[in-house]
Design a protein around this ligand. Sequence first.
Ligand code: PLP
Length: 220
Amino acid sequence: MSIAKNLLSIKNTLPEQVTLVAVSKTKPVPDLMEAYDAGQRIFGENKIQEMADKWEEMPKDIQWHMIGHVQTNKVKFMATFVNLIHGVDSFKLLKEINKQALKNNRIIDCLLQMHIAEEETKFGLDEEELNSLIASSEFEEMKNIRITGLMGMATFTDNQDQIKKEFSHLKIIFDKLQSQQTENCQMNTLSMGMSGDYKLAISCGSTMVRIGSSIFGGRN
Ligand SMILES: *Cc1c(COP(=O)(O)O)cnc(C)c1O
């Protein structure tokens, strides 16, 4: 199967309200261009340098999503062009994004990454940390970021019940926040689901799926 065919067959199965992020990390530009030529405009990368290199080389109507863990000192390398940062998991990082966005005279959209998996290794906030962040006056004063939703990754397991439980938990947290929309916090995106679990994620309320290997093939 070609990249274009993979992409289009996945797109055909997605409900209208679900946005597809084509996760192109480690893949060369010609592979991304094949997806681009098939109509894809949103790409997800997990390394800032790699994303910046691809951004420079590729058409400028692409929206670049940073889906990986972000080191504070590297925010400046993507602040001019990144469209959405999925993995915001600390106040310190949010502060730096706000600072760099201000420097570039823009507002950068961010998702707060929630810890929903059982594994210790996955990054993310718990519900209490999320609530105190959003309620803080320091957050209220950040004019150059906008929280547009939440992101989460389920435990790496074959146990569908467990994955479903974790996705459903994130959806409940997301729904609770719908009622408290402010200028820099407007919850409309729920980023959950990858190649192996996106169908389940959509059935649990995902509005944005991040799919890599099912489009571009496996990675080394
Ligand atoms: C790599 C990655 C994906 C895509 O994974 P696939 O299994 O290849 O679809 C999605 N989300 C994040 C955060 C990733 O790092």
